[in-house]
Design a protein around this ligand. Structure first.
Ligand code: C2E
Ligand code: CA
Ligand code: CA
Ligand code: CA
Length: 276
């Protein structure tokens, strides 16, 4: 480390530079990714515990980078939000998900994740209307998943957008329920159709005392509010058994299926439908 002219240490600078450069590189690549058709949607099914039927799928974005291979959304979505790119990327997600879902052999729902920046962009409702009209997907089959981050700011306007979507027939889910600061108060301010119980509560189930009680409480809350409750990240038969007995209505997780490309989902749905 050495002191620069202003009397501050420069020890971290080379490392900072490297990180800044990596970020800038990623940003440049990300700006090209849509045009280069490097995005892909994977779909993860949700299973209803009463009927034992698949009732819906969540669309999860994947970026196939020409040199770096598959990049997790956790590694590029925050950046895409920061630089506003999530708006065009999110539009692509909505349109592609609707186009795929109309081809499925069963009329199950399709859930897309919508980020706070997309709510700020003014275009969300129009984008969704045009994606539905363009694909012919009935509005009630489309679901948007939002996290607390969406509800945090501009709540008046956000609520209006949610009401407009609701009026179209689009469903609204509260994602990652229980991880934020005010999940409960959001349930009061907006009538969600579905609560998605965060994976952390599911993985705590057999590990921490009281884990079952939390799932039971959320499932009960959902029931009395008339909302579906989906447990996320279900990986083991033991977790599924506990979740079932605590009263959740649906499960999603590796135990049922990993998120899979559209072709594989099609096979999965065809087999599942044939079993009926
Ligand atoms: P999320 O919305 O909470 O999505 C669930 C994540 O949990 C997915 O990670 C999924 O692959 C993973 N998962 C599902 N089942 C299991 C399981 O049994 N065990 C474990 N360990 N993980 C499981 P993924 O696909 O990496 O996505 C991460 C996050 O990126 C998502 O979290 C969501 O916040 C964001 N994301 C993904 N696609 C989109 C998108 O199209 N738009 C926006 N705005 N965000 C997206
Ligand atoms: Ca989600
Ligand atoms: Ca989630
Ligand atoms: Ca999450």
């Amino acid at each position: 480390a050495k002191l620069d002219g202003r009397g501050t240490f420069r020890f971290f600078e080379p490392e900072m530079d490297a990180r800044m450069q990596a970020r800038r590189r990623l940003e440049l690549d990300l700006r090209q990714a849509l045009a280069r058709r490097e995005f892909q949607l994977h779909y993860q099914p949700q299973l209803n515990l009463e009927s034992n039927r698949l009732t819906g799928c969540e669309a999860l974005l994947r970026w196939r980078h020409p040199e770096r291979g598959m990049i997790s959304p956790l590694d590029f979505i925050p950046l895409a939000e920061e630089i506003g790119l999530i708006v065009p990327i999110g539009e692509w997600v909505i349109r592609q998900a609707c186009r795929d879902a109309v081809t499925w052999p069963a009329p199950i729902s399709i859930a897309v994740n919508v980020s706070p920046a997309q709510f700020k962009s003014e275009r969300l409702v129009e984008t969704i209307m045009s994606a539905l009209a363009g694909s012919g997907l009935p509005a009630h089959r489309l679901e948007i998943e939002i996290t607390e981050g969406v509800l945090l700011h501009e709540s008046e306007r956000t609520l209006q957008i949610l009401q407009r979507l609701r009026a179209l027939g689009v469903r609204v889910s509260m994602d990652d329920f229980g991880t934020g600061y005010s999940s409960l108060s959001y349930l009061r301010s907006f009538p969600f159709d579905k609560i998605k119980i965060d994976r952390s509560f599911v993985s705590d189930l057999s590990v921490k005392p009281g884990g079952d009680a939390i799932i039971r409480a959320i499932a009960g809350l959902g029931k009395s509010l008339g909302m579906t409750t989906v447990a996320e990240g279900v990986e083991t038969a033991d977790q599924m058994q506990r979740i079932r007995s605590e009263g959740c209505t649906d499960v999603q997780g590796y135990l049922i299926s990993r998120p899979v490309p559209a072709d594989d989902l099609m096979k999965l749905l065809t087999e599942h439908t044939a079993q009926a």
